[in-house]
Design a protein around this ligand. Structure first.
Ligand code: ADP
Length: 248
């Protein structure tokens, strides 16, 4: 498993809604193992961009490649997910009545395309994977507790863990720290930076302090295309970025 070059490649992608270009000639390359932050004002096209990658929205034109082999525009949503592209929406959607462990078990069962029943006996390998993921998300101690008792932050980590059960190659994460305490944000920064390298992680986030704490490369979207790209220091001192954010 050699890691080099782009894992995700969007070229000249345009999406219109009733003639309005939500995405306008967007070019974006994500490298294998990279942690990338996408920022931009409301309406910049961040959600639409994620929808294109996962196959929820079809562009008018352009191309979207995953690795060098997969033309995502020829695939439907489940096919794209099965390539190893996982998406975490802003609101956590864990199964509150089930334990932390059972949530992860269910996520694995879904991967194996067997009926997701809680009585499904897991192989030793499956249990090992759950232990690994529990350690990664820091919820080992709470494994037998119902997910409903978790804090907001812990639920977000559990949901990331559920995606990790599928061993994704690319994780798309929408506003992971919205509503989190400072401490939870720090833990989330550790989690996401730890995941990068093993998989690519794309984070859409509004909290600039958080972005600064995790990002190597930041992409600023504006009116559906890339306005600036570089380190947080580079983009935050870019006059065009300042203008967009301050509305000058
Ligand atoms: P962001 O996530 O950066 O806030 P979005 O991708 O949600 O931006 O939206 C980009 C633009 O496209 C906005 O102007 C939004 O109103 C418009 N838009 C998004 N989805 C639709 C849709 N299904 N129909 C019409 N307009 C849409």
């Amino acid at each position: 498993d050699v890691r080099h070059g782009p894992i995700l490649y969007l070229e000249d992608v345009t999406v219109s809604f009733d003639g309005f270009k939500a995405i306008n000639d967007l070019n974006l390359t994500i490298d294998d193992g990279e942690l990338r932050c996408i920022i931009g004002p409301n309406g910049a096209g961040k959600t639409t961009m994620m929808d294109i990658i996962t196959g929820k929205t079809r562009p008018d034109h352009g191309s979207v490649w995953f690795g060098s082999r997969h033309d995502l525009l020829t695939l439907n949503e489940p096919e794209i997910a099965s390539l190893g592209i996982g998406r975490k929406f802003q609101k956590p959607t864990v199964f509150e009545a089930l334990s932390v462990f059972e949530n992860l078990e269910l996520a694995m069962a879904a991967d194996k395309r067997i009926l997701p029943t809680l009585t499904a006996r897991l192989s030793g390998e499956g249990r090992e994977r759950i232990d690994e993921v529990l350690a990664t998300i820091g919820l080992g101690e709470l494994r037998q507790r119902p997910a409903g008792i978790l804090s907001h932050g812990q639920k977000q980590w559990l949901e990331i863990g559920m995606l990790l059960m599928q061993r994704p190659r690319l994780l798309l994460v929408d506003e992971p720290v919205a509503g989190m305490t400072e401490q939870e944000m720090e833990r989330t920064a550790e989690l996401l930076t730890g995941l990068a390298g093993q998989q690519s992680v794309v984070v859409v986030e509004h909290d600039m302090g958080f972005v600064r704490s995790i990002a190597r490369t930041v992409t600023v979207l504006h009116q559906g295309s890339v306005l600036a790209e570089g380190s947080m220091d580079q983009v935050s001192s870019d006059p065009r970025v300042i203008e967009v954010y301050l509305g000058a």
